[in-house]
Write a new protein. Structure first.
Length: 378
């Protein structure tokens, strides 16, 4: 399908299922057509290497790769007999205790109205203060030596128990460093006007600052771990809006994070409230921010599915196609000389679970390239 048809497909209809969609809380009576399946090698796409079906990209290779349609679960995504299993611990955070995110929500079954002067700007008058409670799940590997400084990965939309299982297996095989994983639940809702949307889609350093000031100190004090201050030893991860949030954290605070892993990243116009400095939200990453700024010291792994979201919605701004957004991300990252790996997955939807089971181990190995791993074979 030509690129312009990708964007225009279903224009005038209401579509976009799942979190990360701008219409996640529309009326249940609305029937949302399934996103069309996009073919790789479409004119305008990045040049990519076809992988044999059921295989992953090499963990030490930059570039663009196309995953086959049959997604075989990697053994690292299952509990393996004899492999040490880390401790999985949990605490809760209340909005009343936060100085950064006191809590908001959008009234149920409402969306917003388009600014008549700008189709890329959404007005959400049904937004209001609202409390929340979030869970924070912390994985600490058995191999961690108490009192020592440890690298870590922060994830959105937690808990991500599959991440913990994969880390058990990779750490035991000395394929990634011994690390802590901090899986943070969102503050509820989705998209513009919601707490989750505010946290994940805002183009600023605010969420990274929330994690740094309100989450990490509690992890350290409650579980007696020493989290590294070295950005080379800090990673972010997430899917959909949690994926764009992972990059936002590192982009606005590269002194804190150098490694980013995203599935179906929402690199589209989803930001609210409107910001004149980044009027197109995360679409600005590939439209202006990455092309027009010096390369930052980031290593990025990202994936998109061939049936990922295409959501023209009432904004009709042509900036709500997840496949196009991720293709454009790969293009600008390559032009700027970033270390990145981009996976276009055939037979895959948004944050596709089968794709994640197949690729997460390889993605983590790629992500931690160049970081010292104790006991690793040369």
């Amino acid at each position: 399908m030509p690129r312009f048809l990708r964007i225009m497909f279903l224009v005038g209809t209401i579509t976009g299922a799942g979190f990360g969609s701008a219409l996640a809380q529309t009326s249940p009576a609305v029937v949302r057509p399934a996103p069309p399946s996009r073919a790789p090698h479409t004119p305008g796409d990045v040049t990519a290497t076809e992988l044999p079906d059921g295989t992953n990209a090499p963990a030490n290779a930059d570039g663009n790769f196309i995953l086959g349609p049959d997604h075989k679960r990697a053994p690292e995504s299952s509990v393996q007999q004899g492999v040490p299993q880390g401790a999985v611990l949990e605490f809760t955070m209340n909005s009343t205790d936060s100085k950064i995110y006191p809590g908001i929500a959008r009234e149920a079954n409402t969306f917003g109205t388009v600014d008549p002067t700008d189709p890329a700007k959404l007005l959400v008058p049904t937004n209001h203060p609202a409390p929340y409670t979030r869970r924070v799940t912390v994985y600490i590997p058995q191999q961690y030596v108490p009192g020592t400084v440890v690298p870590f990965i922060v994830g959105a939309d937690g808990p991500d128990r599959e991440l913990f299982t994969v880390l058990d297996n990779l750490i035991a095989e000395h394929r990634v460093p011994v690390m802590v994983a901090i899986s943070i639940g969102n503050g509820s809702g989705d998209a513009q006007g919601s707490e989750r949307g505010l946290e994940y889609d805002t183009m600023s350093g605010r969420y990274a600052e929330f994690v740094e000031q309100e989450v990490l100190p509690r992890v350290e004090s409650q579980y007696h771990v020493k989290l590294t201050k070295d950005p080379e030893g800090r990673a972010t991860t997430g899917g959909s809006s949690g994926g764009s949030c992972a990059l936002i954290m590192a982009w606005y605070h590269p002194e804190l994070y150098h490694r980013v892993l995203t599935y179906s990243g929402t690199y589209v116009n989803q930001q609210w409230p409107y910001n004149s400095q980044t009027p197109h939200g995360a679409w600005e990453f590939h439209e202006h921010l990455i092309p027009n700024n010096p390369a930052k010291p980031l290593r990025i792994w990202m994936e998109v599915g061939d049936r990922d979201l295409l959501n023209p919605n009432v904004m009709n701004d042509h900036m709500h196609d997840w496949v196009v957004a991720n293709e454009e991300m790969a293009k600008v990252l390559a032009a700027k000389g970033y270390h990145y790996q981009y996976i276009f997955a055939r037979n895959a939807g948004r944050v596709d679970h089968a794709v994640k089971q197949q690729t997460l181990a390889e993605a983590l190995e790629y992500l931690w390239q160049g970081y010292p791993i104790a006991g690793a074979k040369n």
